[in-house]
Design a protein around this ligand. Structure first.
Ligand SMILES: [Zn+2]
Length: 434
């Protein structure tokens, strides 16, 4: 059983959703049921810190392919505005299934799209997560700065501040659980400086304080965003957000690429976190997140697949390999060792979400585990099993446990008809494209 913490190569004892005990090599403790993981590499369940489930409907959308962020968004907003509940439910199931099958046990989604046909998007996401048994952190996103007021999105996908704040409060009261083992949580998440007013940013930060929720937004993703903020607000993005109450240990930013050293230092001092999304950053040509500098300054670093129109996949174990390669492409071999992405996708991601009960294989933590087999052609001849997961490019988990319950068995989700789900998704995608 590779991948276990030193001294615990004999396995784990799980009791009532929690890791009760680590087992020394050769020990044979009594248990009601035993799963033999001798052929597996075991990781803490992976934690995804940034996604947009709805975007699985617009993977490889021809008019947006090969465009950079702002042009890519402008090409996609009108298509997204046509999504209704029927398409959205399928998209959520697809994204969550893809994450689960790649070893993800906690999924954060940033949903900022509320067109006329989709008022209850977050409720749908949470229902779908419950059905699949995956932990979910749903970020109530928002946009209130339309093209009418100098923003990027059209008015068909923006909302008024009072509607946004009221819905955030309703969702928190309906779905937000606290304490160890929480299966559903709500965070507040205005979309970005170029689609949200300063008033909404400020009021959302105050609401998060009042309701004790975490805060999330996109920041420092592209140089275009820096230019937009300098022109519109006369400030760089982090200065702008700091003035609005957004630099604190309640916050995790998506991307965090284009910061200067002073900004990285300020974020570290405040205890901010960053959701690093390597595939998305490479596909959109946005830049390279300075993960080493961020961690050295005390900024928490987690991993995210980002939305499936900029990745275009929701495979979290593959993102670990991408993170390693991108760090080294940008800063050389010293930038990261192979196990760094495992830390980012587990304890680092847990910190982003404000959790200390997940992301580790240790007594008292939730029994969230991802088990991989090295029985594919790509692993043949591999020496170090743990390194092989990253460098040979693992892409699917064999077994996944969430809170002590197997949610993936033999590489499949019990009870989920995957061919039927794919057919429904293809049909839904066709509908909104036309
Ligand atoms: Zn994003």
């Amino acid at each position: 059983m590779a991948g276990m913490p030193p001294g615990a190569e004999g396995g784990v004892i799980v009791e009532d959703a929690v890791i009760a005990e680590l087992v020394a090599p050769g020990a044979q403790p009594a248990a009601d049921a035993v799963f033999d993981a001798a052929a597996h590499v075991v990781l803490p369940g992976l934690i995804n810190t940034h996604h947009h489930f709805f975007q699985t409907l617009t993977r490889a959308y021809a008019p947006a392919v090969d465009k950079k962020l702002f042009d890519w968004l402008v090409a996609l907003y009108p298509v997204w505005a046509r999504i209704t509940e029927a398409e959205y439910r399928v998209a959520c199931r697809v994204a969550l299934a893809e994450l689960l099958l790649s070893g993800c046990t906690t999924a954060a989604d940033h949903h900022y799209l509320f067109p006329a046909g989709l008022p209850d998007a977050i409720d749908i996401e949470l229902q779908e997560a419950r059905n699949l048994g995956i932990r979910a952190v749903l970020c109530r996103g928002s946009m209130d700065l339309s093209t009418d007021d100098g923003g990027l999105p059209p008015p068909t996908v923006t909302q008024k501040i009072d509607v946004i704040l009221a819905d955030g409060e309703r969702l928190a009261k309906t779905w937000h659980q606290t304490g160890p083992g929480a299966m559903s949580q709500v965070a507040l998440a205005p979309c970005s400086p170029f689609s949200v007013t300063g008033d909404l940013m400020r009021e959302t930060a105050a609401q998060a304080e009042a309701l004790d929720l975490r805060l999330h937004t996109h920041l420092a993703e592209t140089e275009d965003e820096n230019a937009f903020c300098l022109e519109k607000f006369g400030k760089r993005p982090l200065d702008y957000l700091e003035d609005l109450g957004w630099v604190s240990n309640r916050v995790w930013f998506a991307h965090g690429i284009h910061f200067n050293q002073g900004e990285i230092h300020r974020m570290g001092k405040a205890g901010c976190c960053v959701a690093h999304c390597p595939s998305s950053n490479m596909l959109l040509g946005s830049g390279i997140c300075p993960v080493g500098e961020l961690e050295a300054a005390g900024v928490g670093v987690g991993l995210g697949v980002d939305g499936s129109a900029s990745n275009d996949s929701s495979n979290l174990i593959q993102e670990l390999r991408q993170a390693l390669l991108l760090a080294r492409a940008g800063r050389g071999i010293e930038a990261a060792i192979y196990s760094d992405p495992i830390r980012w996708a587990t304890v680092g991601s847990a910190r982003c979400l404000g959790r200390d009960d997940i992301g580790r294989i240790t007594p008292g933590c939730q029994a969230d585990l991802a088990l991989f087999k090295l029985d594919e052609l790509r692993f043949a001849g591999a020496g170090d099993s743990l390194a092989a997961l990253i460098t040979c490019g693992a892409h699917r988990a064999d077994r996944v446990m969430v809170g002590g319950i197997w949610r993936v068995v033999d590489g499949a989700i019990p009870g989920l008809d995957l061919p039927a789900l794919m057919a429904a998704q293809n049909e839904a995608a066709r509908r909104i494209r036309s």
